[in-house]
Design a protein around this ligand. Sequence first.
Ligand code: UDX
Length: 442
Amino acid sequence: MRLGGPLGVTVVGAGYVGLASALSLAHGGHRVAVLDRDATRLAALRRGEDPLGESGVAELISSTDIAYTTEPSEAFADVDVVIIAVGTPTTERGTADLSALRAAVQTVAERARPCTVLVRSTVPVGTSDELQSGPLHAFKVVANPEFLREGRALADAFTPDRIVAGGATDAADIVRSLYASITSQSWTAVAGLVPGDRPLLLWMDRRSAELAKYAANAYLVTRLSFVNEIANVAAAAGADVRAVLETLSKDPRIGTGYLQPGLGWGGSCFPKDARALLSFTTDLGYDFSLLRAVVDQNNAQLVRFFRLITESVPAGARLALLGLAFKSGTRDTRQSPAIALADLLVKRGHELRAYDPMVRGPIPGVPGLVGLPTLAEAVDGAHAVVIATEWPEFAALDLDELRRALSGGLVIDGRCILDGRRVAAAGLRYVGICPPPPGIID
Ligand code: UDX
């Protein structure tokens, strides 16, 4: 191994985080292997197919030379750095389920020569310290959380805002060397990605690095639940939530991101990480009451939107559900508020005709829920449309066509992507999280 030169990197886990890390590091010149138990997924990767539906992934798979394998002996043949990027889902109790992580650690401990191990999975504070003093005592363990967003996984891996790494000082050089092409932004443009601002590598201790990830997600969900509360207050008070939030966005201390109100936040990270942070702070004897209120607010926000619908449509009416993914830009439906809403609506006896640009076919968990191939099939003859995911094509709906297609002439906007005044001007009725203030004079 020569610091500054190419390193042998083995990524354990071929999900969003593992693949995006592997592709960015291979493109940066390292020799990369990806180890995963899922032979079907690896076979698809070897054929050059993108298993995630992320922009640029297919192109990068073909332009990089990564060994995709289920065999630890092959994966760890030439390794300087192991990156553990396996899932840490939520247990029934709300704690992080570390079984996949522990299995990966055991494989590394048994099969890899002593090297640097980066824990990229989101894990409770203290986990990396435990691994360092336990099964990975012969290795250098570094907590290296990622902040990647689905729908822009590669962009976030190639041009992150910051890289956070925590470990003993003697592990810092190899981590700097690993990420050199990212921190210097010296990689060549590829797959629609171009180098941008140089991110700082923030070096700290393992516990701080682990907590930094939870703190970032906890802050963002707190902000989103606050925004949703303000939207609810604005609607009750007859104020214009868009104007209120625009005012906040112009304050540089507040900034512009994560100010879009809706039916609640979801996805594979926010709900799980909020619950895990609550759970391990409780174990520490700390009452994180603010975060508990945030989680409660999010559950209530969905129910509130469901009630808005049930108060506006007759029982049993057929509804067009627009959106199934937990947000736009991804086909991921894990912890999707759209699907939680669908479940409530189906239980109330509504017939749902669903459409999502990236989600097709039967949706597990909600009987009869199917992603239809076209928007027209979902909308034709429905009493109302319910917008549950903020896809740009729903913001650009042809309202005249919609009026002709709907039997009940009603648009219910759970993502604040339509202007209620424009909807009303097209002869439709608007109900939503961001209603225009009554009696507004244009
Ligand atoms: C999130 C974090 O952003 C990322 O840093 C972390 O690594 C993983 O979790 P992701 O789950 O991909 O990423 O989704 P994100 O784009 O952050 O959105 C999460 C949820 O918040 C979605 O349900 C989204 O619809 C909602 N959201 C987001 C809003 O309701 N309003 C907004 O303004 C932004």
